[in-house]
Design a protein around this ligand. Structure first.
Ligand code: SAM
Length: 278
């Protein structure tokens, strides 16, 4: 459960600007396993509206999709009604730190853009991350794969031009995301091995909507990124005034370009791929 985003509300708009970004990277990992992809049991931890499950439900043997938010899960379920009926996917409303799955039952676990919703930060030692990784380790078969899709602190700093309009929220978000070396160490503590990280610098979480600067004025557009939940109503008014003035003075494009420059090298997302030792 997110302690800052209202997914009850956001569920209705989430798919307007979000897609299964990086699904190809996950597919390559699943296909590189010894067991053929169509026999694999895949866990989608924090499946949300089921964007990633939908990308794989006809390719893998079976998906166990888990989320704590009933509205997000309802949308996922509607999307994959037939596949649920056919036994290709099961939906579970529960927390990802307590999966309703047997030990050593899954071939792969994917977790896409969920970790920053755990009530952790750098000062509490990432305890909930550790619980979640340990739970993934429990349900994975020996040799199973964990694929984590997350943003690093550097990506929060440089990967999203509009975060520079909301610097306080940017700082809060930066503390909510685990650094790549801390993640690497934590995964090792939980028994995972040979972690490697893939940074696809060209992938953009909100797709084409990301560069539509006027989107800032649209609550649906803002629903595509939970950082806006860290911005007060009052400050949002100020931000919208700033953007209005930038636009009036013809400087909005320059602002976007300036704060988007480093994204070409940092990217927005990192995929961390680990193995459970056979
Ligand atoms: C940003 S959305 C990502 C959804 C989906 N994975 C995607 O990438 O489209 C985060 C999701 O994580 C879920 N979530 C957050 N913490 C959770 C937890 N502890 N257990 C289960 N689901 C959780 C939220 O309810 C929400 O649906």
């Amino acid at each position: 459960m997110s302690n800052y985003e209202n997914y009850q509300h956001v569920s209705r708009f989430y798919d307007n600007t979000r897609t299964a970004v990086g699904a190809e990277i996950i597919r390559v990992q699943l296909e590189a396993s010894e067991l053929p992809i169509n026999q694999q049991l895949l866990v989608d931890a924090g499946c949300g509206t089921g964007l990633y499950s939908a990308a794989f439900v006809r390719e893998v043997g079976k998906i166990e999709a888990v989320d704590m938010n009933s509205e997000m899960l309802d949308i996922a379920r509607k999307k994959m009604k037939t596949e649920e009926k056919n036994g290709r996917i099961n939906f579970h409303i529960t927390s990802i730190d307590s999966l309703p799955l047997d030990d050593k039952s899954a071939d792969a676990v994917m977790i896409n853009q969920v970790l920053h919703h755990l009530p952790d930060n750098s000062s509490n030692g990432w305890v909930h991350h550790k619980q979640v990784f340990s739970e993934f380790w429990r349900v994975l078969k020996p040799g199973g794969k964990l694929i984590v899709n997350s943003c690093s602190p550097e990506q929060i700093e440089h990967g999203f031009w509009f975060y520079h309009l909301i610097p306080d929220a940017l700082q809060v978000m930066k503390k909510k995301v685990i650094g790549l070396s801390d993640m690497h160490n934590l995964l090792a503590e939980c028994g995972f091995t040979s972690t490697h990280q893939v940074v696809p610098a060209d992938l953009i979480l909100q797709g084409d909507a990301y560069s539509y600067a006027d989107g800032i004025f649209d609550p649906d557009w803002r629903s595509g990124d939970s950082i806006w939940s860290l911005v007060s109503e009052d400050f949002l008014e100020t931000v919208l005034d700033v953007v209005t003035n930038l636009r009036k003075s013809g400087k909005l494009e320059a602002f976007v370009n300036h704060h988007d420059q480093k994204r070409a090298t940092t990217g927005q997302v990192t995929f961390s791929i680990s193995h459970k030792i056979p």
